[in-house]
Write a protein that binds this ligand. Structure first.
Ligand code: HEC
Length: 203
């Protein structure tokens, strides 16, 4: 018996099913996604990144932060993300509608950063942590990103923009100032806020 037509039909079905499941149906489900408007104050979510935060996204990508950090909060019952205070709700497709490429990440050597801007809005905290994670988080295994900072020899007077290093981490007469890329990265981190309530993500 000649089975060729069956095999060809089987191959066709396999391709048709996977194409519709992986490409057509998700496209159809998400094509109408629009930002949500808060009726109380007219604010919109999500908004595209702009200015320094947008530039900082490139720094985040080229420094490989994604190798150790995710940006996705799992729903209650699918892990401890909400209990760990990584978000007040799960993240959904709408959260990423202006992101390309989406930096979901797969490795959680460090905490999830989907809401780091809400959890840690302080610029100084981020500068100290990036300069040397031991300052804010003793025992951290996160690498230092000291090349995102410049050392300025300025005696007693701190130049403007100097980060408030604790004396134990500061060489005499020097001050540490973030470079443009350091500033951009911190603005990007502070823009990570996916706490806006969305109708499709109750928790
Ligand atoms: C080798 C893995 C590794 C890499 C690469 C890495 N991190 Fe981390 N990160 C960690 C670990 C571990 C922690 C938890 C300890 C700490 O707070 O330092 C952490 C913590 C953090 C926190 C604090 C999170 C919180 O909830 O308090 C921020 C913000 C952060 N990292 C940002 C970054 C950025 C930005 C980059 C890229 C420039 C980066 N990390 C690269 C491992 C990493």
């Amino acid at each position: 018996m000649n089975r060729t037509p069956f095999i060809i039909f089987g191959v066709f079905l396999t391709i048709a099913f996977s194409l519709s499941g992986l490409v057509l149906i998700p496209n159809w489900q998400f094509q109408d996604h629009k930002p949500v408007i808060n009726t109380r104050d007219g604010s919109q979510y999500p908004v595209p990144y702009f200015g320094m935060a947008l530039q900082g996204r490139d720094v985040y990508v080229d420094q490989g932060c994604t190798y150790c950090h995710t940006q996705q909060v799992r729903a209650k019952g699918y892990g401890g993300d909400i209990r760990r205070n990584w978000g007040n709700r799960r993240t959904v497709a709408r959260d990423y509608m202006y992101e390309f490429p989406v930096l979901l990440g797969t490795m959680r050597t460090g905490p999830d950063l989907a809401n780091i801007g809400a959890r840690q809005p302080s610029r100084d905290w981020h500068y100290l942590h990036l300069y040397n994670p031991q300052i804010t988080s003793a025992g951290s295994i996160m690498p230092r990103f000291q090349y995102l900072f410049r050392t300025i020899k300025a005696g007693e007077l701190a130049p403007s923009g100097a980060i408030p290093l604790p004396p134990a981490f500061q060489a005499d007469g020097t001050h540490i100032v973030p470079t443009a890329r350091g500033e951009q990265l911190v603005e990007y981190l502070r823009a990570q806020n996916r706490t806006f309530p969305l109708p499709e993500a109750k928790q």
